[in-house]
Design a protein. Sequence first.
Length: 197
Amino acid sequence: MLFDENKMFEAMLTQNISCIAMFHNHIDGALKVTLKEIEQSDDINKSDKNFWQSQYTALYPEKLRETSFLLMFGHLEEMLFLLWRDKNPNAILLDSGYGIFKFKSYIKDALGDLQINSDYSHIVDAQKIRNSFLHIAGRISLSKDSDALQSILKNSVFYRAESDRIKVELEGLRALQKAISNLTHALLKKSIQQTNN
């Protein structure tokens, strides 16, 4: 059996982001089980149960979504680097900047007009959310991009604002996973086509 480097690369793209989703789902399930155990315990008083209920139903799932969101960005940046390094038939140079912007010329060369690419646009918006988590703990008013963040949040089902902080909804996590998968798989497919032509 011949080794197919492109199929292996595609499997890696799928497996790595799927592991992050499985991590999220596993920990989310464990939080729910622990919450039930706390609620059913006779050794915990009502006041403590109320405290732990708020932690396990709101804070911990929120932090889990935020952590998973950041892990997905780590995956994206690693995959973009590997695609650029190994699947870049036109030898497009890296742009200045960070995150997805560093790979903009490469992505545009492979996929064409990025203004009509909904996956790319979604990731650009999500990167602003990501930056707010990393640099200002999700606080909107402290962001140099607060107007852009407010615009993203305005009609979003993916994110919401609460007490001047951005919160990622479960749908936001799923949408980011889908956009990353679509974009990286499209880049791989186009690079294979360009190499074969």
